[in-house]
Design a protein around this ligand. Structure first.
Ligand SMILES: NC(=O)C1=CN([C@@H]2O[C@H](COP(=O)(O)OP(=O)(O)OC[C@H]3O[C@@H](n4cnc5c(N)ncnc54)[C@H](OP(=O)(O)O)[C@@H]3O)[C@@H](O)[C@H]2O)C=CC1
Ligand SMILES: N[C@@H](CC=O)C(=O)O
Length: 781
């Protein structure tokens, strides 16, 4: 049974390395019985078209040159991919075919479609032979044996029978795209982007479940990402909008590609063969995804008014000019939007029934949910006028508006339209994990923050999570009354439930905010990134996980263009990460960071004067919301060690947590066992501290807990631990709870840059997370 049809275009097969990547994709994504539809390698079809033109012009020298070019290209591919008999066989066949082409060109018997078909035939044969060489059972099919047309009409019943008979269920079936045969067995082509069409036809004939169009873009974007940097890739697009995009000239999908899928449940996915693990776009049936906004450009078109247009004529002319035509009714007339290069041919076809109404037009189409079309059209006209661009023709259709003008719209104008009309409407989903000390405060601050953001952005809170329960609403939760909703509607969940919920969220951007203290939750990050979530962490576990895990996470974030903010994980609300990034961006080099990076330990050391037991102060710090959920994480120095590692990695230095030496502010034996056990033995902590405090006092110093990162003779020294600091120094005189970061750099050498202020506490930490959220929303939209 054919499970999937994969289709690879010319750019996916443009070199031997690309063929190898395609084979890898097949190895991971295809199974026996699947079909792989291929286009001609690289620019082979263009070269064959040039050969045909030279043949028509009877330019024998050009014919010889082009045949040599084709031969060299194919020989290079074969030589680099095949060995032994497979190679010799492929080279022999190629030589025979090229000499037949040369002979037919001399005799005047070349046929255009049969000539163009060679590109796909070469690709299918080569890929199939290469797969066999990799011990993957594969066979090549010439689609002229599968698809027959009679007077331009596909013979569906017959074709289906042919396909079901020919496709081998125990092999990977590599099928030529783009070509078919007529009733006499003569080659016909399926038109521009015919290989995509071949793939969906094949899927229909073989009852496949899914078609994957592997291309050089990651999917369907809100606009052309090559022209507009802020273009957003959509995870799901409805077939009707994809169809409209195609008819209006958007190059990613073509209207013909979609037609065989009508009334079927076959899934269609557009994904990148350059980034096979990356995210993609699913083209889904109507109602399975919300309608989106798109901006697509229309270049070099003419508008024809056609009289007495009968049913099927547009499809017929589209077939004739090998381009999907869009037609619409406007002020009582039927208009055809025709590429200027095809106007002559179209006008000839209608023989006196078509008049050119406007010519040499460019412009844009905005595709949007019906109710948004009119206001968007008006706004775009106004925006174009601010750029001194007057639309020559404006049409409001079902689900789109078309604005045509004299001039080609450049990237700056498209970016303006996109930012104002498309991006601003994009929805951002917030998923918040952790509603404890800091999380609850974050929620208290959220309504005011969302109100601030709402003037420009569409941010919705869609999930709240604790360790065992979650509260979700894909349309948005009311963040003022979350506690009440939690009491009434929170339900237990498993990680798989959470991930599948996030996967189905129909938002352009998703942000997961981790305000847990959970290592387990941080281990979900890679899956969240696969679901295209941006991340914000107050939690320090991901930033201090093993270097290999951390680097893999960073790579997959970068591959997907996702952000990860974690400013609150060090210094709570203090802008330490921003400062380090800015220093480095300015070309400065950080040579030393020293200070106190724990609010809890700063508070404890400053408050301790012997009048109160140290352990009682620990409980007070806990009640003030300074400590980690288990304060031993602070007392052990582990929390400060984590913070230093986060800073070190921020500087691009590759280090593991245990490379930072540590001495604890408590006796080692108290680290094991339960918190109650610790409380039972708190006298040992008090004695430990008392001893250190006296030793410090004898040196006229203060008992402090500090961290240090320095480079000496190119060697890195990173440590956290107990220090006796002379009482005259700033570190010994901190306001209780303050952090201090003393930063030396190339430019701040003798006179250090100092960042100091509250380094723990729920308000400042929650505010630090909000600062990351604000930054992220500004930067993703
Ligand atoms: N306090 C401070 O000044 C600062 C704290 N931070 C960091 O902020 C984070 C939160 O600290 P704090 O609020 O004090 O911690 P709390 O223990 O008070 O709250 C933790 C929250 O996380 C939830 N949680 C735990 N595990 C999971 C999980 N697997 N999935 C979803 N939710 C989970 C808990 O849910 P449940 O109630 O069900 O257990 C709880 O709501 C920590 O990482 C801390 O290091 C960072 C800077 C400063
Ligand atoms: N427990 C931590 C809280 C912030 O990360 C500290 O005291 O600094």
């Amino acid at each position: 049974m054919v499970n999937q049809v994969h289709k690879f275009g010319g750019s996916s097969l443009s070199s031997a390395d690309r063929f190898k990547s395609v084979a890898n994709i097949i190895l991971t994504h295809a199974q026996a019985g699947d079909c792989v539809v291929v286009s001609a390698a690289g620019k082979t079809t263009d070269t064959l078209v040039k050969l045909w033109q030279s043949y028509q012009q009877q330019d024998t020298q050009a014919i010889a040159d082009i045949v040599l070019l084709l031969s060299n290209h194919q020989i290079a591919l074969i030589e680099q991919l095949l060995i032994a008999n497979a190679k010799h066989h492929a080279l022999d066949l190629l030589e025979t075919e090229l000499s037949i082409i040369t002979k037919q060109a001399k005799q005047g018997t070349l046929a255009e479609a049969a000539l163009l078909a060679h590109g796909e035939l070469w690709s299918a044969r080569l890929l199939s032979a290469y797969l066999e060489q990799l011990n993957v059972s594969a066979c090549a099919h010439d689609a002229r044996q599968l698809f027959t047309l009679d007077a331009g009409q596909l013979q569906h019943a017959n074709n289906q029978q042919q396909c079901l008979k020919a496709i081998e269920t125990s092999k990977i079936n590599v099928v030529t795209g783009f070509i078919a045969a007529d009733l006499h067995g003569e080659t016909v082509t399926l038109g521009r982007n015919g290989s995509d069409y071949s793939a969906t036809l094949l899927a229909r004939y073989c009852n496949a479940k899914k078609v994957s169009i592997w291309t050089d873009t990651q999917g369907v974007f809100s606009t052309d990402p090559r022209k507009v940097a802020n273009a957003v890739k959509y995870a799901r697009v409805c077939r009707d909008q994809a169809n409209l995009l195609a008819r209006l000239g958007n190059p990613v999908l073509h209207a013909k590609t979609l037609s065989p899928l009508k009334d079927t449940d076959i899934e269609l996915v557009v994904r990148s063969s350059y980034d096979p693990q990356g995210s993609h776009t699913e083209i889904v049936k109507l109602g399975m995804s919300k309608q989106k906004r798109f901006l697509t450009t229309v270049n070099n078109v003419d508008l024809l008014i056609v009289d007495d247009l009968s049913e099927g004529e547009v499809a017929h002319v589209s077939q004739l000019i090998q381009h999907s035509l869009h037609h619409f009714e406007h002020e009582g007339e039927i208009y055809l939007l025709v590429p200027a290069s095809a106007t002559h041919q179209v006008a000839n076809y209608f023989a006196g029934r078509a008049n050119i109404s406007e010519s040499n037009l460019n412009g844009v189409a905005i595709i949007a949910p019906d109710q948004e079309v009119a206001p968007l059209g008006k706004q775009s006209e106004a925006l174009l006028q601010t750029q001194s661009i007057q639309p020559r023709f404006t049409h409001y259709g079902e689900g789109y508006t078309l604005l045509l003008t004299d001039q080609v719209l450049e990237s700056d104008v498209l970016s303006l339209l996109h930012d104002k009309l498309i991006n601003k409407a994009q929805e951002i989903a917030l998923i918040i994990a952790g509603l404890g000390n800091v999380g609850a405060e974050f929620m208290r601050q959220l309504p005011a923050q969302l109100a601030r953001l709402s003037t420009d952005f569409n941010v919705k809170l869609v999930a709240l999570l604790r360790s065992e329960q979650m509260l979700v609403n894909a349309n948005g939760l009311d963040c003022e009354s979350w506690q009440l909703q939690w009491e009434n509607h929170a339900s237990s969940y498993k990680q798989a439930d959470l991930l599948s919920y996030i996967d189905t969220l129909e938002y352009e951007h998703k942000i997961v905010i981790d305000i847990t203290a959970s290592e387990h939750f941080s281990q979900l990050y890679s899956k969240l990134v696969e679901l295209n979530c941006h991340l914000i962490s107050a939690n320090k576990y991901a930033g201090t996980a093993s270097l290999s895990w951390y680097q893999t996470l960073r790579e997959s974030l970068a591959q997907r263009g996702l952000h990860w903010r974690y400013n609150a994980s060090v210094g709570a609300g203090l802008p330490i990460n921003f400062a380090l990034a800015d220093l480095q961006n300015s070309g400065d080099k950080i040579t030393r960071i020293e200070g106190v990076f724990s609010g809890t330990l700063s508070w404890l050391c400053s408050m301790y004067d012997g009048s109160k037991a140290f352990s009682d102060l620990v409980l007070e710090a806990q009640a003030l919301g300074f400590t980690e959920p288990d304060p031993r994480e602070d007392l052990s120095g582990r929390d400060m060690q984590r913070k230093l590692l986060i800073l070190v990695r921020e500087l691009g230095i590759e280090l593991e947590l245990d490379d930072i030496s540590l001495s604890a502010l408590m006796p080692d034996e108290l680290s094991a066992g339960s918190w109650n056990n610790f409380i039972d033995n708190k006298a040992r902590l008090d004695a430990f501290i008392e001893q250190h405090a006296q030793a410090a006092q004898q040196q006229n110093a203060a008992l402090c807990y500090t961290g240090l990162l320095e480079f000496e003779n190119n060697t890195l020294n990173a440590k956290v631990g107990i220090t006796y600091v002379p009482k005259s120094e700033a570190v010994a005189n901190l306001t209780p709870g303050d952090n201090i970061f003393v930063i030396n750099t190339q430019w701040y050498n003798q006179n250090a840059l100092v960042i100091q202020g509250p380094g723990a506490g729920k308000e400042v930490t929650a505010a630090g997370v909000h600062s990351d959220l604000y930054w992220l929303v500004q930067n993703i939209s």
